[in-house]
Design a protein around this ligand. Structure first.
Ligand SMILES: [Zn+2]
Length: 357
């Protein structure tokens, strides 16, 4: 199974650890050698351990002698023997027979975010007494970053707003959905948690970091805090921020059609529309005019499995393996409109928001 996963990592990325839906923990590996421990190796291993501990009862004494005579006293990983070419081939052939799970029903949307003013995601770890009070987060190459986690928070909040506008309940941090232990309990989750995840339910939407396309000069802006009692400038509360003027950031969101169903695609389409129209702000200082942007879909790839699921009851003229985004494709727009209609009908089956007071 492990060999099979390694051989197909170009199709299904391998991940380890937490926050994998935010692009963390991805890795690749290359097969260089397969080693094994056969019965003779185990006997030798035990013999060496016995010689060291002076315990010979129940052991193959011939093996002990051979081992001592040969001077080969390797133990642990060192005792593993490389597999010969034929055995290695046979093992890899076995791995090829493992059926692939149908987890490739993915839609990947590449986005560019064009900020029309200043942008900053504060990185407190690089702030000191000698620097500005707020400084932008950068990646290893020095490019400005909007971390996947920040994008997810703002994007999810907008989806919640859409749900609440329709008078349907979306949970809050003060009153979250209860955790679930099995797939039947998913019915307990609000529509937003079903798409973006909750305790016990992994999100169906993977998001990458959004990275600046080219480095730009930053500027330092000075701020004065306002005293809420006097309405004037508050003493000793002047601060500044290093900001990037009008950057362009690029990233990607990917979702699994098997998990979010067609109404979920409708909700994502509506949230994307708000993002494209500039209704979502990111990073520091939205109230100061920072972080407002307009988005553009630069590419959209639909795996053949996802296309099959999304168009099973629709007539599509092409039958290509990967669907490529084309803004003028009326079929794609018509499909999205269908999913939005599906969302509008399914969303009414969820519990309504209860008015307070
Ligand atoms: Zn919820």
């Amino acid at each position: 199974m492990f060999l099979e996963a390694g051989q197909r990592m170009d199709k299904i990325p391998l991940t380890m650890g937490s926050s994998t839906s935010d692009g963390w923990g991805r890795f690749s590996w290359e097969l260089t050698e397969i080693k094994s421990l056969d019965l003779d190796c185990v006997k030798q291993w035990l013999a060496i351990a016995a010689v060291e501990a002076k315990l010979f009862a129940g052991l193959d004494l011939d093996c002990v002698e051979q081992c001592l005579a040969s001077g080969d006293q390797r133990v642990g990983y060192d005792a593993l023997q490389p597999l010969d070419v034929e055995k290695r081939k046979a093992l890899l052939a076995e791995a090829d027979k493992v059926p692939v799970a149908a987890t490739e029903a993915t839609v990947a949307i590449e986005l560019s975010l064009k900020f029309d003013g200043f942008f900053l995601v504060n990185d407190p770890s690089i702030v000191s007494d000698d620097t500005e009070d707020h400084r932008p987060m950068r990646n290893h190459a020095g490019f400005i970053v909007l971390p996947a986690r920040s994008f997810r928070g703002a994007f999810r909040s907008q989806a919640e707003r859409i749900i609440r506008t329709l008078n349907v309940k979306a949970c809050t941090t003060l009153d979250p959905c209860s955790s679930i232990e099995n797939s039947d309990s998913i019915k307990k989750l609000c529509p937003v948690c079903r798409i973006f995840g909750s305790t016990g339910w992994r999100t169906a939407v993977d998001i990458s970091d959004f990275i600046q396309d080219e480095q730009k000069e930053t500027i330092t802006q000075e701020f004065v805090a306002i005293d809420r009692f006097t309405g004037g400038g508050a003493n000793h509360l002047k601060f500044n921020a290093e900001a990037v003027p009008s950057p362009l950031l690029k990233g990607q969101i990917t979702f699994d059609v098997c998990r979010i169903k067609k109404w979920g695609v409708g909700l994502i389409a509506l949230t994307l529309r708000d993002l494209i129209e500039g209704d979502i702000t990111f990073g520091f200082g939205a109230s100061k005019g920072y972080g407002s942007c307009r988005a553009e879909i630069t590419n959209l790839s639909v795996s053949s499995q996802a296309e099959k699921l999304l168009t099973e009851d629709k007539k599509r003229p092409n039958n290509q393996d990967k669907y490529k985004w084309n803004k003028d494709d009326k079929t794609a727009v018509a499909l999205l409109e269908d999913y939005v209609r599906e969302f509008q009908s399914v969303i009414n089956t969820f519990p309504k928001e209860v008015a307070n007071g």
